[in-house]
Design a protein around this ligand. Structure first.
Ligand SMILES: Nc1ncnc2c1ncn2[C@@H]1O[C@H](COP(=O)(O)OP(=O)(O)O)[C@@H](O)[C@H]1O
Ligand SMILES: O=P(O)(O)O[C@H]1O[C@H](CO)[C@@H](O[C@H]2O[C@H](CO)[C@@H](O)[C@H](O)[C@H]2O)[C@H](O)[C@H]1O
Length: 457
């Protein structure tokens, strides 16, 4: 008879394999430091391992040297088979040598339709398995028989599409507490805002002494959609402008902001709050300079953008902070076949703490993110196309003003500070995740540090 698979014996078997596999995953944010071990937060057997297909859901705390705090928690869906069929070769994690799974192969189960369908079935039936809680909007049914396929895009998380009807986003680095990727779309759905796909179902883990972890969100799949980034690059390659789409995106952003200001609390920003904002920006710049020395020559110039924010009459306008998208860029905008735009991925900047991502923010922060994105597209092609970006940036702000009633360019000081903050974030992001892309945000850093008009709408 096979040995029982206890949590310690399972982890003993998997840890050596996960230690080498995890750092190679795009969604792992602890790159650059070795993974030394794992401790279990929740381990759930979804299918017993001694049949043809075993399936485990794991929430594991990852240990790395020189990391402050207890270490990040990641979500894994691990399949167990005798051998992997060739179509699952890219999903291989490794072969287990010892323990109760000895001789078996473990793999990233999201590549495999059957395990992914187990998750959909759990959502459909509102299952409770171990510490996992699956739930869905009672107003929406989930059909059975939808076939699953993993999206292979470059992502911070992992997404599975079910028969072109639903898309399930499985969060990879998870934190206890309310997750904006579920909270914001639910709030917008309650407001009847059609610019964001409304969540159909979601999964959480209930762990003792902690708030529940949001693990996954299921949404309607926008069929035949293209994201703003691919569309923008396509137009750039053809030498076409993108102003009509940029204007529509500005309107869509303003619709979402207007609905969020109705749905969730807003606050007026006084001088003290503006100082706190600029202080946060200065601290992030300081940390980024430490991590990416190529920023150092521009540090003083960049700090000027934040100093302008500290002046009591910065713009002379009483700004309001509200819940926003938090990491808006062209890749977060989907254009459906009928030409309408939706915004997705309300998780915020993944590297920032959850509490910070849920704070009300000036909506200009999202606008700055989109302006940076037009600039990104224009500087990721050869030769760079700064006029293309300028046209998009102006059209986007004009479209925003049509719906919101205020042109973001009026708030030039705030806009420049947030654009600078975003470009600094991007330098750090690219240095960590895509070093080949570093020149793109660095070219904006040079312009922003010199207060060059080219970086402005
Ligand atoms: N509702 C949707 N309909 C169609 N495609 C979607 C939908 N939501 C997300 N996608 C696709 O999945 C990709 C990843 O989704 P996203 O929420 O941005 O995940 P991540 O946080 O991992 O970047 C998007 O770039 C988009 O192509
Ligand atoms: O994974 P997310 O989509 O939540 O966002 C992270 O990854 C993005 C890249 O995939 C990164 O965006 C940067 O590159 C984009 C082009 O690939 C560009 O359109 C954005 O303007 C630029 O910021 C994003 O910053 C990061 O949080």
């Amino acid at each position: 008879m096979a040995d029982p698979v206890t949590t310690p014996s399972l982890l003993d078997s998997l840890a050596p394999l996960l230690r080498t596999w995890l750092p190679r995953q795009r969604w792992f944010s602890g790159k650059g430091r070795p993974v030394t071990g794992f401790s279990p937060v929740a381990v759930t057997e979804l299918l017993p391992p001694h049949g043809r297909l075993g399936l485990y859901h794991l929430l594991l705390r990852v240990h790395q040297p020189d990391v402050r705090g207890p270490g990040d928690v990641y979500q894994f869906l691990i399949g167990v088979r005798e051998a992997l069929p060739p179509r699952l070769a890219p999903a291989l994690i490794g072969h287990v040598d010892e323990g109760p799974l000895a001789g078996r192969t473990v793999y990233e189960a999201l590549y495999d339709p059957r395990p992914a369908e187990v998750l959909l079935e759990a959502l459909r039936t509102r299952a409770r398995i171990g510490s996992l809680r699956f739930d869905r909007d009672p107003g929406h049914d989930i059909r059975t028989g939808l076939v699953a396929r993993l999206i292979t895009a470059e992502q911070s998380n992992s997404s599975v599409v079910y028969g072109d009807t639903f898309i399930l986003k499985l969060l990879r680095r998870v934190v206890p507490g309310v997750n904006p990727d579920l909270e914001i779309p639910l709030a917008l759905a309650r407001e009847g805002c059609p610019r964001v796909p409304a969540p159909t179902a979601w999964a959480r883990a209930e762990v003792e002494h902690e708030e529940p972890y949001v693990l996954a969100v299921l949404q309607p799949f926008v069929r035949g959609a293209a994201d703003g980034w691919e569309l923008a690059l396509r137009e750039l390659a053809k030498g076409e402008d993108f102003v009509a789409e940029a204007c529509a995106l500005g309107r869509a952003t303003a619709e979402v902001h207007t609905a969020l200001a109705r749905a969730l609390p807003t606050v007026t920003l006084g001088h003290a709050q503006l100082r706190a904002l600029s202080e946060g920006m200065r601290q992030r710049l300081g940390a980024a300079v430490q991590a990416v020395p190529a920023l150092r020559p521009y540090e003083e110039g960049l700090r000027q953008a934040y100093a302008d924010l500290d002046r009591p009459a910065a713009g002379g306008h009483a700004w309001t902070a509200q819940r926003i998208h938090g990491d808006l860029h062209l890749g977060q905008c989907l254009r459906a076949a009928d030409g309408t735009w939706s915004l997705i991925d309300f998780e915020g900047e993944p590297a920032r703490p959850l509490a910070e991502r849920r704070l009300p923010q000036p909506p200009v922060r999202d606008i700055a993110g989109m302006l940076r994105s037009f600039d990104y597209a224009a500087h990721s092609v050869r030769p760079p196309a700064p006029d293309w970006a300028r046209g998009c940036r102006a059209a986007y702000c004009a479209g925003y003003a049509q719906v919101a009633g205020r042109d973001p360019r009026t708030d030039a000081v705030l806009l420049r500070a947030f654009e600078t903050d975003k470009a600094v974030y991007e330098v750090l992001y690219e240095a960590r995740h895509r070093p080949d892309w570093l020149p793109v945000p660095l070219s904006a850093i040079r312009r922003l540090a010199a207060s060059d008009q080219e970086a402005r709408p």
